[in-house]
Design a protein around this ligand. Structure first.
Ligand code: MFK
Length: 555
């Protein structure tokens, strides 16, 4: 009998996810949870069954760009993989976008939607990328109050009918631009009531979309982000051809291999302004904040997927006389990862909750400031967590985790995009400092911290809450006294400390609820473990020393 290692399997990805179920049980009114649970169970079943097996079968299928047809016509056709075709249909039918805009569950609609996203993302090889941009575009159009564009595009972006459903691109990045979007070179020339765009977009994710929001500089406008305007583009003309858009090639990327990311030239592409003829960065910000929230939940969902596979494997794989699940060091490693997942989950969903409240009840100024602060923090913390967790997940499979046809390496490669796109960790850390400038974000955070801490009664949780509060206090003192280069140098440690300490407090709240209502100690263990993993990263900055080290030159 040859020796074989058992392949990991997934169960129902909703029913098996205690963290998701316990969270929903706490935050949703019981009748509401009962009403939506069937669709969560169904999607959980699909995610762990049919879609998982299709993912493995679809592993080598990647998008194909065909620039020319056989007769010399420029067609720039992009064919996506079978998994992605199915994902597009499922996304529409299961209301991955529609749920947020129909608002059947009021301010809880965003929680409902992102519970679906959490199940959907790791089962579709990041089909959440076009969906995030679609949701972001819908939100930016609503924020613009541009009646004509809202009437034209919103019914498509939020449709449950696959034949009507549109996805949207978010064409921001240029070869000059990257994080510094104000360097964008695409120009806009007025032509009657329309515009034509000329320029090159260097990273256009999911380039099969029917529309896109993009930035261009109207002729005569000044440089920088303020001189850009936000434009609406429909990618195809009435004949179905790309409308003065040339696709040069698809990117050969490290991960997200199913996502067709293109280099485009806009060569007189017809466009309409979304919100005036300047302030493009400000006007696209609502889109960025939505895509960053999708990023947070997607990063968390990847952690969950990796852990589900690792746990199943640990039960089956016998080494040194016992299943890995009975080996103390393996157990300790998985426990540390699970704690990261649980804390990241609550941090990501705190941003989701704020978004939902903002869209329905309306947040007051302090609530808006808190959302402005926590959205980039959740994105940057969970992005980094997902890479670290997925790296350990691969290692927990030994050599099998490094072998492509297990499907495992793709998890780590895909996760590596979460800290990069939609703002790198450093760019978002600096954004966090800017978010503090309004003055009231820290006050709003302080009120939130006190509310969270005051709900904790269990003595062990009180210890965790105390360490979180101490870290947050140190972060607040640090930011109040620093300035200039030392402040910039410490921006990531500050953002991480606020994020991880706040996540710990959120986890304490959930753990207290779970003790009270479910007699379950697992969230308590997660809080204790997450506290031990470390939340306080504040340090005395040594700018000169760092410079010498970074450049490896004598000061
Ligand atoms: C799984 C889900 C993932 C989804 C994936 C989708 C794939 C899409 C792939 C991509 O497109 S990735 C490219 C994403 N690119 C970025 O995220 C850009 C990263 N860079 C930044 O975020 C920079 O901070 C920024 C470009 C915003 C800096 O530009 P500026 O011109 O220096 O902006 P500035 O002066 O800080 O802000 C201009 C205005 O916008 C200000 O308002 P006012 O004009 O009223 O003063 C800001 O307050 C406002 N603003 C900027 N960021 C904001 C914001 N407002 C609200 N929220 C924000 N986040």
């Amino acid at each position: 009998m040859p020796f074989n290692q058992p392949a990991p399997e997934l169960g129902n990805q909703y029913s098996d996810d205690r963290v998701l179920r316990s969270y929903l049980a706490r935050v949703l009114p019981p009748g509401m949870l009962a009403a939506i649970e069937r669709e969560l169970v169904e999607l959980g079943e699909l995610a762990g069954g049919e879609l998982y097996h299709l993912q493995i079968a679809d592993r080598l299928n990647e998008p194909v760009h065909t620039p020319w047809d056989a007769w010399g016509n420029r067609i720039d056709q992009i064919e996506v993989s079978p998994l992605w075709k199915l994902a597009e249909r499922l996304a529409a039918e299961r209301g991955l976008i529609a749920t947020a805009y129909e608002r059947r569950n009021g301010r809880h609609s965003r929680i409902h939607q992102f519970a679906l996203v959490h199940l959907f993302t790791p089962a579709t090889d990041v089909y959440s990328c076009p969906l995030a941009m679609t949701d972001g575009a819908a939100r930016a159009l609503v924020a613009s109050a541009n009646k004509q564009l809202i009437e034209r595009a919103l019914p498509h972006l939020t449709s449950r009918d696959p034949a009507q459903f549109w996805t949207s691109g978010q064409w921001m990045t240029e070869s000059t631009g990257g994080s510094d979007v104000g360097l964008s070179e695409t120009t806009a020339k007025r032509e009657g009531s329309r515009w034509r765009l000329f320029g090159r977009k260097w990273f256009t994710s999911a380039a099969t979309s029917q529309m896109a929001l993009t930035l261009a500089r109207p002729e005569g406008n000044p440089g920088g982000g303020k001189g850009l305007a936000l434009f609406y583009v429909e990618t195809r003309n009435a004949g179905g051809q790309l409308d003065n858009i040339l696709v040069h090639r698809l990117k050969d990327k490290f991960g997200t291999r199913k996502v067709p990311t293109a280099e485009l030239t806009l060569d007189g592409t017809p466009a309409l302004t979304v919100a005036g003829e300047a302030d493009g960065v400000r006007n696209i910000a609502p889109m960025l904040n939505v895509t960053r929230t999708w990023n947070s939940v997607s990063a968390v969902s990847y952690m969950r997927r990796g852990l589900a596979l690792a746990r199943d494997y640990a039960k089956k794989r016998v080494a040194f006389g016992a299943p890995l699940a009975e080996k103390a060091l393996h157990v300790d490693t998985l426990a540390g990862l699970q704690a990261e997942y649980e804390a990241g989950f609550h941090l990501a969903f705190s941003a989701v909750e704020l978004l939902g409240r903002d869209e329905t009840d309306g947040l007051d100024a302090a609530g808006k400031d808190l959302m402005r602060l926590l959205t980039p923090i959740a994105k940057l913390v969970t992005g980094k967590q997902s890479v670290a967790v997925l790296s350990e997940v691969l290692e927990s499979f030994g050599g099998a985790g490094y072998v492509e046809d297990t499907g495992l390496p793709a998890l780590l490669r895909d996760a590596q995009v979460f800290p990069i796109w939609e703002g790198t960790t450093n760019v978002l850390s600096l954004d966090v400092l800017r978010a503090l400038q309004s003055g009231s974000a820290l006050t709003a955070l302080q009120i939130e911290i006190e509310t969270l801490a005051s709900g904790v009664r269990d003595v062990r949780l009180l210890e965790c809450a105390k360490s979180a509060q101490a870290a947050l206090l140190r972060a607040q003192h640090w930011v109040a006294k620093e300035s200039g280069d030392p402040m910039e140098a410490g921006a990531r440690r500050f953002a991480m400390t606020v994020g991880r300490a706040f996540a710990l407090l959120l986890l304490c709240r959930q753990a207290q609820w779970s003790l009270d209502h479910e007699k379950d100690q697992r969230a308590l263990y997660a809080a204790e473990r997450f506290a031990r993993n470390g939340v306080d990263m504040i340090a005395t900055e040594d700018v000169a020393g760092s410079k010498a080290l970074a450049n490896d030159s004598k000061p």
